[in-house]
Every structure is written in C-alpha cells, then in structure tokens.
Design a protein around this ligand. Sequence first.
Ligand SMILES: [Zn+2]
Length: 265
Amino acid sequence: MAVYKNGVYLLGDLDQEKPPAVRANECITSGPPLYIPGGWRNKPHELTREACENDRAFCMIGARAVEPARHMIFPGQVLAFRGISDNDLAMYWHMLVIPDLATTQQHRLRWVFDLTRQHIPLLMKMKARAMVFLAQNRAAFAARYGPGPIGRAMKNEVQCGFHIVPTVGYLHMHVLFGPLTVFGGSDESRGRWISLEEVMDILMVEETMEKYRYKTGAQTGWPLSLQGPPPPPVPPPVPPAPSASTGTSAPPVCAGPLLRRARTL
Ligand SMILES: [Zn+2]
C-alpha cells in the first residue's frame, strides 16, 4: 500500500531494487530496444516523428487521465514517477519528472529545446521535487544501500538531465540516484545527454534552447560527441565587384561557440 507524507511517496518494502540483470552488462543487450535505431544518430538535432508518436502515455499522465504503472510521486505542478525502462540508467533509483499540462497551460513542452528562460523556475521546481523525494526517503535508502552511497548521493550522485533526442515527445527530466548502470554510463548514453545545469547555463546566455540547438546542431555540428548532420554545401566564393576597392575584406570566420561536453552521466 502506498504511503504518502506531505504528498511524497515513501519507499516501502515492496519497492524492490531493480533486478540484477538490469545492473549487469546484459542490460545493454537484453529486452526490447530502447532507442530508435538510427533515428537520433542520423538527425541529432531533430525531434523524431517516432518520439512525437510515443508521447501518448506521458500526455495522459500529464493530464492526470491515468497514473503511471509505477509510483506516482509528488502530486503537484510537476509529476514524478519511477523510471519505466528495463534498460535503466541508474542503479538505485531512476525517476522521471514532468510538468503537468495545467502548469504549462496545455502547451505541451515536447523536448529540452522547447525550453526558454521563462521556464527556469519550472526547472528548479522539477529538481526540487526530486531532492525532496530523496530527503524524505533518506532513511529507506540508507537501510537498503547503507549510509555511504546515499550520503554521497545527496552530494554528488544525483544527476538531473535530459536526452538530447528523446524517444518520447513530452518533456521529461531524468533524475538518477546513485551509481550508474553500465548502460547509463556508456558513451552512447553520455553522448545523448545534457544535464540540467547545462540547460540552465545555456538559458541564461541564449534565452532559448532553440537558439542553442540551431547554433550547435544545425550550423557547427553537434557538440556532445555525436556525429552531427553533414555540413551544408559551401557556396562558391563570390568575386568582389571591381568597383568595391575601398578595403572591404571578407569578415573573419566565426569559430562558433565554445563547445561544451556533457558532464558525467
Ligand atoms: Zn529521456
């Protein structure tokens, strides 16, 4: 029976650790494929059509038409539920946090690149919900995993972030507690990841994530170790007009923004 305290789901004996297979190497190869083959690889700067078609369940959760199969945590403006994949990312706990549709005035945020500076409070609220959950369940985590891991989790091992090209077209923030699985720590996962902190930093500078996407994905190649789309063909140089001899040289080539690497996933 679910126990809630101040709207926070409290872990109980029935909240089992994920099965060993999830934590072992076979988590990479067993189970149904998590990612759309080739979709994100070929077009890392685009939201795939498949993602848009996979969002039905999240929309229903966001509209509160259904509850997720696993624990709903924090009824409120943001909703959280336990990670839903067997190919999981974190060893101890993996949550997904989404804004509900009422909070976003029914305008569904599809992915991280729909975010603008005005969403920073929403992002902070999403993270706060996860941290409150961890704090409220600190004793249960400590009983299960020992005080060390969960103590570190409070400081260093809570990672919030987004898939750059998600498989679901409804904004969802991943919250990973504790060490990562082999799958979660793989180069593939790292390359597809952008942390919450990075998103906040970018929004402070660029105002919208869409600008950043355009700069990094469409113009200069994707920064996060991904194979970006092929560069556009370079037009042939235009010879200067004979009369334009007043010293208008070609503008310096912009090297593009300093490319950032994803932090450890
Ligand atoms: Zn995701």
